[in-house]
Design a protein around this ligand. Sequence first.
Ligand SMILES: C[S@@+](CC[C@H](N)C(=O)[O-])C[C@H]1O[C@@H](n2cnc3c(N)ncnc32)[C@H](O)[C@@H]1O
Length: 219
Amino acid sequence: MNFNDAKNEILQVLSKTERQHLPKLLEWIKTSDDLDDILVDNQSVILHSIAEDLRACLPMEAMAPSETLAMQKGYLYSAASQLVGVEMSSEFVKLQSMAVEKYGFSDRIQVIHADIRSQIALVQKADVLIMNNVFEYFMEPRDQMQAWLYISQNFRKKGALLVTVPSIQEALGLLQDAAFLETLSLSQWIEEIPVDYSVYLKNDTDPDSLKQIHLYRVL
Ligand SMILES: C[S@@+](CC[C@H](N)C(=O)[O-])C[C@H]1O[C@@H](n2cnc3c(N)ncnc32)[C@H](O)[C@@H]1O
């Protein structure tokens, strides 16, 4: 069936549907998992392939299947002219560089092997900063505080966006240091922007994991 035939069939179905059920039907078309198998987009296919490659390189416990690297998702779903990943583990840098080369992403992606705290100029000029569980499991509490302070002092471009997993409040809450929270004074630095979590619900999406994603704007 070509596009026009399919469109006409859909219009016919919609015209035969009782009015009160139309909004529910349209919402189902937009969000239902039932259509996922039909609506696999090109980006999803590439991401799936990257995930397979990474899984093949890692022990099972090192990375969950859904945990494809954020910057590759960034590449496929963003028109940003420059995407820079900063990673202090050399193994992960190697892995990321391998995927970037293999999938031809090096025109816009660069992977830097460094501690983010040494990348002041980069953080200062960034428009969007994505931090996926970055410090919580990888640094001692004292280093985590230093790292958050560094981010809050250098990521200051008005209107720049900060994406964190989990929420910044949750990450900082784990540190249990009220005096530090006061020093950071989050409310003077960023404001949270509500995210519509229903937009990206798919078959394999865990809604609770999705809700761990938080978006903030620099004031
Ligand atoms: C949960 S993993 C996220 C991996 C991947 N970037 C992603 O988004 O899926 C967090 C990564 O942050 C890195 N990391 C932790 N502290 C860092 C720091 N101060 N500078 C650079 N990378 C850091 C860790 O080595 C770890 O690979």
